[in-house]
Design a protein around this ligand. Structure first.
Ligand code: FES
Length: 182
């Protein structure tokens, strides 16, 4: 990834005004020479306003906005699994496979999702509805095995319950599409 700017757009050109305002709220929490501290929140806001993923251009623009090196934004975006570095489906299913979840059956949950959605980790369904991701401990070990979808934690999963959760999301998304059309 290059630091050189070649007619790149600024963050204010890439994101809606409301998103910039939300980033400014985080930036204002820190001294002006510590804008780097707002990088995680800023990247998340940028991602949420870019169909759920961070392009290189967007990461560079966030870094420029915070007046930090581009590399500082890449480091954060590549380290944490909550950032998506390529386009994702409408719903991202983040399945924890860390120790507690593994001991309590995350493998069966993953297998069920592989079968139901016909995708593996890192893939998106052909209808662009779901992306499946493997994540580290989400701090919800007491409810293992668990996954997070659209910022909602689903705990004590079984193959049957994850099936039902996916079906419910699909049903809701079909209903809202029908409503929008009709
Ligand atoms: S190991 Fe899965 S939430 Fe902690």
């Amino acid at each position: 990834m290059s630091e050189q700017a070649t007619a790149r757009k600024s963050l204010t050109e890439l994101l809606p005004a409301a998103a910039i305002k939300a980033i400014d709220v985080f930036v204002a929490k820190y001294p002006s020479d510590r804008k780097r501290s707002a990088v995680m929140s800023s990247l998340m806001i940028a991602q949420e306003n870019n169909a759920g993923f961070l392009s290189e251009e967007l990461m560079d623009a966030v870094a420029d906005y915070l007046e930090i090196p581009h590399m500082a934004a890449y480091e954060v975006a590549t380290f944490y699994t909550m950032y998506n570095l390529k386009p994702v489906g409408e719903h991202v299913i983040n399945v924890c496979t860390n120790i507690s979840c593994m001991l309590r059956g995350s493998k069966e949950i993953v297998e069920q999702l592989n079968k139901k959605l016909n995708i593996k980790f890192g893939e998106t369904t052909t209808d662009n509805k779901f992306t499946l991701k493997e994540v580290e401990c989400q701090g919800a070990c007491a409810g293992a095995p668990m996954c997070e979808i659209d910022k909602v934690f689903h705990e004590n999963l079984t193959p049957e319950s994850i099936n039902e959760i996916v079906d419910n999301i699909l049903a809701k998304s079909t209903a809202s599409a029908d409503k929008a059309e009709g």
